[in-house]
Design a protein around this ligand. Structure first.
Ligand SMILES: Cc1cc2nc3c(=O)[nH]c(=O)nc-3n(C[C@H](O)[C@H](O)[C@H](O)COP(=O)(O)OP(=O)(O)OC[C@H]3O[C@@H](n4cnc5c(N)ncnc54)[C@H](O)[C@@H]3O)c2cc1C
Length: 477
């Protein structure tokens, strides 16, 4: 008999949260803490969604998306999780760039970028100041027609090198391109420039273990290996979810699964307005990623001067299509030292190389070509790393790759999307409760709400709305 992962689950909850990504877990935690009866359903055997890690023989642990996030994570984790978590967030100060246009090291904040832009790049201090102020002043209600390219053309016309410095890390961080609305750039860039890049010290497994403990202390009923198939709607209001052959009743649903999956699969056009379904169908997914995980043999080390995050590219110019191409020219290396990623008992060094990627380049490969392409990805990445760390090949004990297919496999995200949807997804996600009472979506959308901080903050926003709805309904009763 297969194990019943829903054994003991009640037939009725106040809220069902579908998916345990950072947005889903944060929503569940806040709602549980507020005293609502919350069921958290995760299809995978682990909590965390894309905030995940994996263990390999020899005690090697690799982080998938723990590379860097803005300072705002400290406040969000302190308020909506606990101090135990927020106190473990530390700054990464050694951010490096190397490409045919420039090589530099920075602390990645406004002060240091001002220094670089005025001295190394020769831009007028007033222009730099105006640019920072404009980016910082952007918010969701701003003009959404201006593109990031137009923003750069206004301040730095003809300066491809400046655009590269300002844009490459943000494209890496949230998949936004020069063609996306400037606010998707401005908001995320300013978040980083506020104080720099931060990381959770202790590894993703430690963070997720602490989050799980906090969820349990707030009485959230957590169920893994439980893929939700359908959301049940009655008289224009959510009534429950179908999972594991059961229908579990609830007054509100927060879906942390991909927006398109939530609307088009869990709900379906029979319960939604045609125009809303059309809008959801038009939502474009953001790009996916490839990664190469490399662990050093016990006793082998990497100098900390190698950097924490290292943006490298061999391309002469900055172009989004080149960032996504199978013919990889850009790689972002994350270096994990025993200090930044302590592991129990063992002093270990690891490097993870990440590159944005197109689903279509990987989706249709047959098994043989797929295996060969993965092997090639590992090989060419080690070659690229050797340029900066001569002899590193001999120090590596284990190296393996993840592709858009891997991300799809573990999260069920259509096309292995790493950062949710393009900008238009935000409007559809926000409009869901107007379509169906009690139906919410919290998760990476609109570029702005993606990344660790964006996802957590979106989980906060949505849980407040759910809380208000539940209170309103109770008041009416
Ligand atoms: C390679 C890579 C590197 C990244 N690097 C960074 C970084 O350095 N900094 C940063 O801030 N962000 C980074 N990100 C992005 C960041 O990890 C994500 O934006 C964030 O974790 C997404 O959180 P989420 O809440 O939107 O949901 P997700 O993490 O996408 O989780 C959704 C959850 O829903 C579950 N689910 C789906 N369908 C069902 C179903 N039917 N039933 C039940 N559960 C379901 C999934 O299994 C998953 O657990 C990176 C992402 C990738 C892929």
């Amino acid at each position: 008999m297969p194990k019943d992962f829903l054994k003991g689950a009640a037939d009725q909850y106040d809220v069902v949260v579908i998916g345990s990504g950072l947005a889903g877990m944060t929503s569940a935690n806040i709602l549980g803490r507020a005293g609502h009866r919350v069921l958290l359903l995760e299809q995978h055997y682990k909590l965390g969604g894309l905030a995940t890690w994996f263990l390999r023989p020899g005690g090697h642990i690799f982080d998938v998306s723990l590379h860097g996030f803005p300072h705002g994570m400290i406040k969000s984790c302190r308020r909506y999780w606990n101090r135990d978590i927020s106190d473990r967030i530390v700054q990464l100060t050694n951010i490096r760039f190397d490409n045919p246009q420039f090589s530099l090291t920075t602390t990645f904040n406004r002060e240091d970028f001002t220094r670089l832009l005025t001295t190394d790049f020769g831009i007028e201090p007033q222009t730099v100041n105006d640019f920072f102020d404009t980016a910082r002043g952007m918010n969701f209600y701003d003009d959404q027609a201006t593109t990031t390219r137009q923003l750069f053309d206004r301040f730095f016309p003809g300066r491809d090198d400046v655009v590269r410095l300002l844009m490459e890390p943000i494209t890496y961080a949230n998949g936004s391109t020069l063609e996306d609305p400037a606010i998707t750039y401005g908001i995320v860039f300013s978040n980083f420039m506020n104080k720099g890049v931060f990381i959770y010290e202790g590894g993703t497994e430690d963070l997720v273990a602490r989050m799980k403990k906090e969820l349990q202390s707030n009485n959230v009923d957590i169920r893994i290996n439980c893929p939700v198939e359908k959301i049940v709607v009655k008289n224009g209001h959510v009534a429950g979810v179908e999972v594991g052959g059961r229908t579990i009743g609830c007054r509100a649903v927060v879906s942390n699964a991909n927006l398109r999956t939530t609307v088009l699969k869990f709900l379906g056009d029979e319960v939604l307005d045609n125009s809303f379904v059309e809008k959801a169908q038009e939502v474009r997914l953001n790009n996916s990623s490839t990664q190469v995980y490399m662990a050093l043999k016990e006793g082998e080390t990497i100098e900390e001067s190698s950097g924490d995050l290292f943006f490298t590219s061999t391309s002469k110019e900055f172009r989004t299509d080149l960032l996504l191409s199978r013919d990889i020219t850009s790689r972002t290396f994350s270096f994990y030292y025993p200090r930044t990623r302590p592991q129990k008992k063992k002093e270990r060094f690891a490097v993870v190389s990440s590159t944005n990627a197109n689903w279509s380049d990987w989706a249709d490969l047959n098994e043989e070509d797929y295996a060969a392409s993965k092997a090639d990805l590992v090989e060419t990445t080690i070659e690229a790393l050797e340029k900066y760390l001569p002899g590193v090949r001999n120090k590596i004990e284990r190296a393996e790759a993840a592709t858009p297919r891997t991300f799809h496999h573990y999260t069920q995200h259509e096309m292995g999307a790493s950062f949710g949807t393009k900008f238009e997804g935000l409007g559809v996600s926000r409009d869901l409760p107007n379509q169906i009472g009690g139906m919410y979506h919290a998760g990476s959308v609109g570029i702005i709400m993606s990344g660790w901080l964006g996802a957590i903050n979106y989980g906060v926003i949505v849980s407040n709305e759910v809380d208000a709805q539940l209170h309103n309904e109770s008041a009416h009763v």
